[in-house]
Design a protein around this ligand. Sequence first.
Ligand code: ZN
Length: 399
Amino acid sequence: MYRDLVEKLAQKNDSRILLAVIDGLGDISIEELGGRTPLEAAKTPEMDRLAIGGALGLHIPIARGITPGSGPAHLGLFGYDPVRYQVGRGVLAALGVGFKLQHGDLAARINFCTLDDSGVVTDRRAGRISTEKCVELVEMLTDVQIDGVETFVIPVKQHRACVVFRGNGLIDDIEDTDPGLVGHKPVPVTGSGKSYRVVREFQEKAGEILADLDPANFLLLRGFSLHKEFPSIEERYGLRAAAVALYPMYRGVAGLVGMDIIKCSPEDITGQNRAAKKALSGGHNFIFLHHKPADSAGEDGNVQAKIRAIEEFDRALPAFIDLGFDVICITGDHSTPCPMKLHSWHPVPVLIHGGPQRSGYSSEFSERQACTGALGSFLSTDILPLLLAAAGKLAKFGA
Ligand code: ZN
């Protein structure tokens, strides 16, 4: 209801919006930092300046207490209710390697694995074979043909690959064949109907090809999901959006909502800046900028690396500000606290600069100040309406 209202009130103008996502930005108090977070400890003069002239708040990625993956967390930032617009793991894996999915494609993740002579799984990752080996195995599987569908097998990394089936009438109500534990046989595909037959046949034929190899002599399938096309961010909010992201998964998620994916060359933040400049001069008025290193540092539990990643982003920021945005939002997709080495449910600091704001409440960009910031705390899906409003892109409701 509320979401439909935002769509109805959205109006076009020339204002430009930058949504900069520092992946995994949020953190919790860390002892070695005297109880501060990496964002609080990092030297970030540029973001602090924007905080002084703008407004801070906290966003809740999905709902209180829910830990999100990066896919759904980004959909929330793009104004798509991540519970309503769900993207399955298989689809995310295919998007992640840049595979162009079509509406109705059935995708699943593959793990190459090791079976013993009795067909029991002894290693669910086949000794973590090299990515080169994975490419070789996938090459062998391109011969697999199944009636009624086109089959695509795509290497991912190490023991991981993914498969996409393209054909009419596919469904994704299929259980993982991965037993989840060693010492068990792969879970048989028992249902009747086209999709079950296709998956069963694929697993059998692939199994025959791999049977005599070592250590990867079989494969396990999980995360079956159908690709469904979403209404685009232009249709919903009138934005001509472009993504400048270096990692395939984020380009994939941006592509799901119809953003144009701009090639970044070189593949670093300088290239992202050039790409953003090009997109703006081509008429785009919404830029999604993704910065990955803070999340990786958080998952490694490396506090100093996370601080460095945030500082690196801060140093790159002026070149983006110089491109001429009317509204700038800096936030994370979720928290990745270093002490947890995992994504978490903790609300994420948000900074909005530009347009009329209740400024003067904050002196720096930090979790602490975000807690008492002028924007308060809100769901991630409220960010886009706040940006539209700041950019004058939302009409008044009623007389
Ligand atoms: Zn993330």
